[in-house]
Design a protein around this ligand. Structure first.
Ligand SMILES: C[S@@+](CC[C@H](N)C(=O)[O-])C[C@H]1O[C@@H](n2cnc3c(N)ncnc32)[C@H](O)[C@@H]1O
Length: 215
């Protein structure tokens, strides 16, 4: 795939390539997602929202972290929601997971519905990040935690596909956005790994993980 096509697929996996793109993302982002899940301090009974889970291959890791966790996946790609429904059938049937198609800028969820919210490698695509973050705050319990992970600008800018529609950030600029909306960062980690990228090349990754509470 050409860089422009890769960028479009990462933004919103679609068409015949979508399922394969999701599998590639699962391979590229496995360790990062596991690290984010570990940092979210999941507890028994938590309701967890993931924004942009793709095919939600890691939903099982979330629900298996503690007793009675309920997982909600929200993705704006129809194809990703269909794949998530297909591969997580067993979790849906046991009432542990559900999936919706939608945009985190205007969510269908009620106020204070979730104990934890997570989003990994999605921020670059948000036209008005403040609007998305304010919606995340609205659907979170006052005692909840929000985890956001994104590739650092210095790493991302060398990837050919980020020239096409990616807004790039560093930890400072994202911290500023989060604070504007009313989040307080309680933990900041860099996830460093040499591994395959979303386009299949070997790269040295540098990803920022920020865990926040409501101020
Ligand atoms: C680059 S992929 C990352 C997938 C997965 N989180 C991972 O770590 O491998 C971005 C995914 O988020 C979805 N997405 C991005 N922004 C979104 C938003 N604001 N609301 C809902 N889905 C979004 C896209 O459709 C896509 O499935």
């Amino acid at each position: 795939m050409e860089a422009k096509q890769v960028a479009a697929q990462l933004r919103c996996p679609n068409g015949e390539q979508a399922a394969d793109v999701a599998k590639q993302m699962n391979k590229a982002n496995l360790g990062l997602n596991q690290q984010c899940i570990a940092l979210l301090q999941l507890q028994a009974g938590d309701k967890v929202l993931e924004i942009g889970p793709g095919n939600a291959a890691f939903a099982e890791d979330v629900v298996n972290t503690a007793e009675n966790i309920r997982y909600f996946g929200l993705d704006w790609s129809r194809e990703m929601v269909d794949e998530a429904l297909r591969i997580n059938q067993h979790l849906i049937e046991s009432g542990k997971a559900q999936f919706q198609q939608g945009n985190s800028a205007k969510q269908i969820y009620q106020n204070s519905q979730f104990d934890k919210v997570l989003t990994v490698h999605t921020l670059y695509f948000w036209e008005n990040p403040i609007q998305h973050l304010a919606e995340i705050k609205r659907v979170m319990q006052p005692t909840g935690l929000f985890g956001i992970a994104f590739g650092h600008r210095d790493f991302m800018q060398d990837l050919p596909f980020t020239a096409y529609g990616f807004e790039l950030y560093d930890a400072q600029s994202v911290s500023h956005l989060l604070e504007q909306v009313g989040f307080t960062i309680i933990e900041q980690q860099q996830y460093i790994e040499r591994g395959v990228s979303n386009s299949g090349d070997m790269v040295d990754k540098r990803v920022e993980i920020l865990i926040c509470k409501l101020s």
